[in-house]
Design a binder for this molecule. Structure first.
Ligand code: SAM
Length: 358
């Protein structure tokens, strides 16, 4: 049976399984999730083979919370011989090859787990030989085409893999669905990478220019030691940094940052409003979501990017419940909003939400 494969952070399989079940049924596609805890992936097995393809075309990974990548799986290969893995994988791809569809990319991937990382070197080598063989058989374009369908081979062990494809409009552009970033040495905390990934992966280039414009104003709630403020200052924004702790000296020295030792739940912007509110306070997700709603509804901020810290269990349900109230309040306004919720690669037990006013 065809399935939709979702990659996720190890330990989040249950949350992704729940989410895929809800989102597939909203698209009238039915099936059941299959996963092993800690494996870093979930297969949503469809009762109807065409449903997996429908999900592959209609469920963008960016519209999910817990998926890093989504792939339509056509074959599961087990007991691959270590002498010749190429032939069965190639046969599986060619068997499903539809000449009307052009494959412009190949990804040979593995889960983001310790076991998966052991496969990384092998995957890289296998990609080279498979790419050559596919091109020889006219099943892959000679030049990479980022806007064409991509072939995926996902190794779950040295002798097991899942074979499938993804559509350009729905997939993550990154190998293994992981957006890797280099830590900027002048940033005061690794948290900076969470906001950088959020900006680069959740906002279009145009939205980045509008929301984070040079000379614009931002509030950073729970700002210390300043990793998120660093991202805003890099974009030449003026920042009101709210926290009882200390902000790194190099940020204060820019003259763009004002530090207020205040409670983020009571703070109001110095000039009545800001372009962007960011918030990384460690607090209950429903409290943070409500606070973000207050700022947006009252026009204290045009846009918001924030983290919701997640509990150990029922994380999908917690996110849905925490966001339900703010979504209902925003819907009553005349403005429209683009809302994304993502469990980013640089997030830990938290998700990042962006709410942009259009
Ligand atoms: C995860 S850290 C923020 C890290 C920061 N985003 C960075 O990149 O460096 C959470 C911060 O929230 C602050 N915090 C927690 N509750 C707060 C509140 N009610 N008001 C203001 N700050 C708060 C803590 O003092 C802590 O510095």
């Amino acid at each position: 049976m065809a399935s939709l494969l979702g990659y996720c952070r190890a330990g989040y399989e249950n949350d992704l399984a729940e989410e895929l079940t809800v989102k597939a049924s909203a698209l009238q596609c039915f099936g059941y999730p299959k996963f092993e805890r800690g494996s870093g992936y979930v297969q949503f097995v469809c009762y109807n083979d065409t449903d997996a393809d429908t999900l592959g075309q209609k469920l963008p990974v960016i519209d999910t919370v817990f998926a890093r990548q989504l792939v339509v799986i056509t074959d599961e290969l087990n007991d691959l011989s270590r002498e010749d893995r190429l032939s069965p994988v190639l046969d599986a791809i060619l068997k499903h090859d539809d000449e009307s569809v052009q494959n412009g990319l190949l990804q040979v991937e593995h889960a983001d787990t310790d076991a998966g990382k052991d496969l990384a070197k092998f995957c890289r080598k296998f990609a080279v030989v498979l790419r050559q063989a596919l091109r020889k058989n006219r099943a892959l374009t000679f030049k990479e085409k980022k806007h064409a369908r991509a072939l995926h081979v996902f190794f779950t062990d040295f002798d097991e893999c899942l074979v499938g494809y993804s559509y350009a409009q729905c997939r993550s552009p990154h190998a293994n669905g992981i957006f890797r970033l280099k830590f900027p040495s002048a940033a005061p905390s690794r948290s900076t990478l969470k906001l950088e990934e959020a900006i680069l992966s959740m906002l279009s280039a145009k939205q980045q220019q509008q929301v984070l414009r040079a000379g614009g104003r931002a509030v950073d709630l729970g700002a210390c030691p300043g990793g998120w403020t660093y991202q805003l200052v890099q974009r030449e924004m003026f920042v009101e940094a709210i926290d009882n702790g200390l902000i790194a000296d190099n940020l204060m020295a820019t003259g763009l940052v004002e530090h207020f030792a205040a409670d983020g739940f009571n703070y109001k912007p110095q000039f009545g409003r800001v372009d962007l509110l960011v918030c990384d306070m460690i607090e209950r997700p429903d409290r943070v979501a409500k606070l973000m709603g207050d700022w947006l509804v009252n026009h204290w901020a045009d846009h918001a990017i924030f983290n919701l810290k997640l509990p150990m269990k029922k994380r999908y349900e917690t996110v849905t419940l925490a966001m339900a109230d703010v979504l209902a309040r925003l819907q009553k306004l005349d403005d429209s909003f683009v809302i994304r919720m993502r469990h980013l690669y640089h997030d830990r037990d938290e998700i990042t939400v962006s709410i942009l006013r259009e």
